[in-house]
Design a protein around this ligand. Structure first.
Ligand code: ZN
Length: 499
């Protein structure tokens, strides 16, 4: 345990106060997703608004500025210096946007979310268009205030994925797109056809829940330091390292919705549960970036529990939870059905080969809106053109098209690329991990601890003390390299679809 000076202690206590607000807000967020009665919603928004305001006040206070300066000048403790640097980033960013302007923006977004819902129901993009246009305008201005070197969009990328720029994505995405297009064509041309209907049979919720919990325990999620609830949108809520809660959703005749969402959220939770204890209560006790967080959820969902070895070992065990129906479905039929590939309109329903296409076209749109090459009014047409180019399918209405995601109405620009970056990080980390841990052998014996420990050692424990690209380079001795994902998918789908 490091010795702290009394000034350092005061700084840490100040950070713990802010952490208390964060814990309270996350607990309320969990409650809002899983428990709250309808009548509680309005008052809840107000309470969340007040608490968030208090937190932001502290983060941008003169007291914070004084602490940052003093720690930088006097401390030689690594943890204190890193915490001060993190606080300084937040301070600088938040101070760049005047409070009144930020409040206007938050109010605009909360209205926009409601209008987005209405526009979807009426399939009328013109209702949402003026809101989207203003939200994009605000984001252009925020980016100007945050500052950037080359592209305005870089400023927003930096918020979610420090170190990643338009230049990186413009190099990586086209290459990935080309490879995925080739793979999708090969799957489509293959005589092997998946039959998804084999997976669809009434599966009682109690049994699905028991299966979700058993699978979470199997991968090493500490159930005694968490819980699994039900919500419309699966989520993980990291209140602190010893209280990381999950939620999933249940679809009666398709167990995949609950089980793979639970594993996905479980992957997020493994990250949060295994951040270094010394970082607790500081802003460093968080994931390195949105993309690195996503790499961990996708890792357990795609690379572990969607691996043939996993099901070879566990299919009979799975059948002990599942309805009788699965007795007549062979392991190979089951595995093939899990790996159906189909170009479809909706991002959240997309399979691992087509999903990144949805992300890359959204990236093109966000970049276009931010640099002024695209206008909100033209988005329905642009959307449909991009869908045709990327996936060869075109929506018949805007609900299945440009209005399908909530992100833009909430002002979340610069976030979409993190989904695909997470996938690339996961594949690159997997490639290195396999050289150090006998992955296939581990699956034969359900030894997930060895796999998990590798990630804890190389990723989780560092929390926010390393930026994503540094973390990746330290763990894999290489910069971001998209070929690992392409190689992984080619090998996997080639084996399944025989090409
Ligand atoms: Zn996720």
């Amino acid at each position: 345990m490091a010795e702290f000076t009394s000034k350092e202690q005061q700084f840490l206590s100040f950070l713990h106060e802010q952490n208390a607000y964060k814990e309270a807000l996350t607990t309320l967020q969990w409650d809002s997703h899983t428990q709250i009665p309808r009548g509680g919603v309005d008052s809840r928004s107000e309470v969340v608004g007040i608490l968030s305001g208090k937190l932001q006040e502290a983060e941008t206070s003169d007291r914070m500025k004084d602490f940052i300066e003093e720690m930088k000048a006097t401390s030689d403790n690594e943890l204190i210096l890193q915490a001060a640097a993190e606080c300084e980033q937040v301070y600088d960013k938040n101070r760049k946007i005047p409070n009144a302007e930020y409040q206007e923006y938050v109010t605009l977004c909360s209205k926009a979310e409601a209008v987005w819902g209405e526009a979807r129901n009426k399939d009328d993009f013109s209702l949402f268009e003026p809101y989207l246009s203003r939200i994009a305008g605000y984001n252009q201005e925020f980016a100007e205030r945050f500052g950037y070197k080359e592209h305005r969009y870089d400023a927003l990328l930096d918020t979610n994925e420090p170190g990643i720029t338009v230049k990186t994505l413009d190099e990586v995405f086209p290459e990935l797109r080309k490879s995925l297009t080739g793979l999708i064509e090969q799957v489509q041309a293959s005589p092997v056809k998946a039959d998804v209907s084999l997976l669809k049979t009434p599966f009682p919720t109690v049994q699905q829940k028991a299966l979700c919990e058993a699978m979470l325990k199997l991968i090493g999620y500490r159930m005694e330091d968490g819980r699994l609830d039900t919500s419309a949108h699966p989520y993980s809520f990291a209140i602190n390292q010893n209280d990381v809660r999950l939620s999933t959703k249940y679809v009666q005749d398709d167990f995949r919705a609950s089980v793979f969402s639970a594993i996905h959220e479980g992957g997020h939770a493994l990250y949060e549960q295994n951040i270094g204890k010394d970082l607790a209560g500081t802003p460093l006790s968080a994931a390195s970036s949105m993309g690195m967080h996503e790499s961990q959820s996708l890792y357990w969902e795609m690379f572990v529990t969607a691996d043939y070895g996993f099901w070879e070992k566990n299919y009979d065990w799975f059948r002990s939870f599942a309805p009788e129906h699965f007795k007549s479905v062979s392991l190979d039929e089951f595995y093939l059905a899990l790996h159906d590939v189909k170009a479809s309109l909706i991002r959240i329903d997309a399979d691992p080969l087509t999903y990144p296409m949805h992300i890359m076209m959204r990236y093109e749109i966000e970049k276009g809106l931010l640099n002024g090459d695209m206008k909100a009014a033209d988005l329905p047409t642009i959307w449909n053109d991009l869908m045709r180019d990327y996936l060869g399918v075109v929506p018949e209405n805007n609900e299945d098209g440009v209005l399908q995601d909530i992100h833009w109405s909430s002002g979340d620009f610069g976030y979409f690329p993190s989904y695909t970056l997470g996938y690339l990080y996961a594949a690159q980390l997997h490639n290195t991990m396999k050289k150090e841990v006998p992955f296939d052998e581990c699956l034969k014996t359900n030894d997930f601890a060895s796999i998990r420990n590798w990630f804890t050692e190389n990723v989780h424990q560092y929390g926010k003390t390393k930026q994503p690209l540094d973390l990746l380079r330290d763990a894999t001795s290489e910069d971001l390299n998209p070929t690992y994902l392409v190689e992984y998918l080619t090998k996997k789908y080639g084996a399944i679809y025989q090409f």
